[in-house]
Ligand binder design. Structure first.
Ligand code: ZN
Length: 555
């Protein structure tokens, strides 16, 4: 298995060293005609005003716009192109809007209130899952939770006779998947032992298995086994103990309570699932999160399916329902790689999400299926410097016409991808030194620094200054290694989320309703409109469209 990891290192290095000049550039006439063709195509774009039979909501956790751009270039360079001209699958969807991600109490949000906004239509406070803003953080009283819970699109879909599925590379009880089916004021209460002993609100894993609308959840695939298994039982793959103290084995509860139900935890069992005879599938492939896509094949002991395989299997099971389905798919570990300050795994997991979206496009009919691809929030991840066209995205910045990497004021090269904060700080403050390339400095200059704002030179910095610490001496072999941590300005053990808007891509029925810069909770309202739920809502009685329609929608 070790050779597989070595192979992926080699693949990265080859992208880095092959550099530019892979493909012939378009001529000026070809640039002009391609631009014109895009407008002609747009003129023929007709909004699909029908109701949706199915909705698939893809979330790239932490997949900000800079992550999408860098992944597009990374993917294009792996295919042998310059990279910039490439498009990820979801970038070709016809409709686009920007999403404002702040929560009721956070300028920069976490995944709990952001997903709550998307699946309930209501913004709430940090760490809260599908309960309103009036519930105090960590409210333990189940009655208070019940009285303030927000109905989710998944619950409405079940009430309407549809099938529902949840797929994630994170623990299936993690914030993004959990907001779909659970109601709680602390996203960390994933298992019963995670809560205070006197809490009466059920833990998130129990809420998944005990979900009782119309026969329960149909498909749940991801990680997080330990929250489903009692502490008296050891994990089948790694031998670690389960984390439940209430004695429940939720994996056997799943198979005994549902009809035609299966529980699987490895690749062979997953592959053996026949979608035609399985109506309820629970798959938990790791004790915690499943592996990064870059590590999955080499590191998983018992084998685990990719996000694309999980998405495909989910659709095959859910599509048997003639009333349609709601499916949420999360690329949950883009976020984790960024928190670790490791761009390589963030980009490869984004690439895998794009592959999963393409699989969904291939398996559905755009006339009846609304597909949405968005992020819950961004990260402090940047693409900088003035690299030349086709410069390896994970490599050192090399300018137009240059034969060697550009140098900073200390005389050191630097990467195109960086973080504003995180473990990649080069001042050697982080204890994970095995992954930090130590600085060369401090280098001391004797000439006093004249600030750019005082020098009258339009923001160009002076040629010399006196840094507290030096930067590391880098080469493309170091920065191209999969474990390299891109440099960060501020030393933090975990790189942070960012507050700027994220993109929403969409195709299918009502996708044209995504336009402009919108609040994140509008995503729910487009899904509800597409599925005909908005017309059933008492608050919309005066809606003009509602008056002109029969009570029950047609899908
Ligand atoms: Zn995060």
């Amino acid at each position: 298995m070790q050779f597989l990891k070595k192979l992926s290192v080699a693949a990265v290095t080859s992208v880095l060293t092959t550099g530019v000049a892979h493909t012939a550039e378009p001529t000026p006439e070809e640039w002009f005609n391609a631009g014109r063709q895009t407008v002609i195509d747009a003129k023929h774009l007709n909004p699909n005003v029908r109701h949706a039979k199915n909705v698939i909501l893809f979330i790239g956790d932490g997949m900000g716009i800079s992550t999408i751009t860098a992944s597009r270039i990374f993917d294009g360079q792996q295919k042998g192109g310059h990279g910039e001209e490439n498009s990820l699958s979801f970038e070709k969807l016809p409709y686009l809007a920007l999403s404002k991600t702040y929560s009721v109490d956070q300028q920069t949000p976490d995944s709990a209130p952001t997903m709550t906004a998307m699946v309930t239509g209501v913004k709430t406070i940090g760490d809260s899952l599908s309960v309103n803003q009036y519930v105090a953080h960590s409210e333990p009283n189940g009655n208070v939770i019940d009285n303030n819970k927000l109905t989710t699109i998944l619950e409405q879909a079940k009430l309407d006779g549809m099938s529902v599925g949840i797929v994630s590379t994170a623990r299936i009880t993690h914030a993004t998947p959990a907001a779909n089916y659970a109601h709680t004021a602390n996203r960390d209460w994933e298992g019963d032992a995670d809560r205070p002993a006197d809490a009466t609100v059920p833990d998130i894993a129990a809420q998944l298995v005990d979900f009782n609308i119309n026969g329960g959840i149909d498909v749940a695939l991801g990680g997080g086994r330990t929250r489903f298994i009692p502490n008296t039982i050891t994990d089948p793959e790694y031998g670690v103990a389960g984390k439940r103290k209430d004695g429940r084995n939720l994996t056997t509860d799943w198979t005994s309570k549902h009809r035609n139900a299966q529980y699987v935890w490895n690749q062979a069992q997953f592959d053996a699932i026949d979608p035609d005879t399985t109506d309820h599938l629970l798959g938990l492939f790791e004790p915690s999160h499943v592996h990064y896509e870059a590590d999955r094949l080499a590191q998983d002991k018992a084998g685990e399916p990719s996000l694309t395989e999980m998405t495909t299997k989910a659709i095959e099971i859910l599509k048997k329902n003639k009333n349609g389905y709601y499916l949420m798919v999360e690329g949950g570990r883009i976020d984790h790689a960024h928190h670790a300050g490791n761009a390589y795994r963030a980009l490869t997991d984004t690439q895998q999400l794009a592959t999963a979206v393409q699989a969904a496009i291939d398996k559905t009919n755009p006339a009846d299926t609304l597909i949405i691809v968005t992020a819950d929030h961004s990260h402090v991840f940047t693409i900088g410097g003035y690299p030349q066209r086709g410069n390896p995205i994970l490599g050192l910045t090399k300018g137009v016409g240059a034969t060697s990497p550009d140098l900073d004021l200390l005389g050191f090269p630097y990467t195109t991808l960086n973080y504003a904060n995180g473990p990649g700080y080069t001042g050697a403050s982080y204890d994970n030194k095995s992954q930090i390339i130590q600085p060369e400095g401090p280098k001391t200059f004797t000439t006093p620094m004249t600030p750019a704002w005082a020098s009258g030179n339009e923001g160009h910095v002076p040629s010399k200054f006196d840094p507290a610490h030096g930067r590391p001496s880098l080469d493309n072999a170091k920065v191209g290694a999969p474990d390299y941590l891109q440099e960060a300005i501020i030393p933090l053990g975990s790189e942070t989320h960012a507050a700027e808007d994220v993109a929403i891509f969409a195709s299918g029925p009502k996708a044209h309703l995504f336009h402009g810069v919108i609040e994140q909770n509008v995503i729910y309202h487009v899904m509800a409109e597409a599925l005909g739920f908005a017309e059933q809502h008492p608050a919309n009685e005066h809606d003009e469209e509602h008056r002109n329609k029969s009570a029950k929608h047609h899908r």
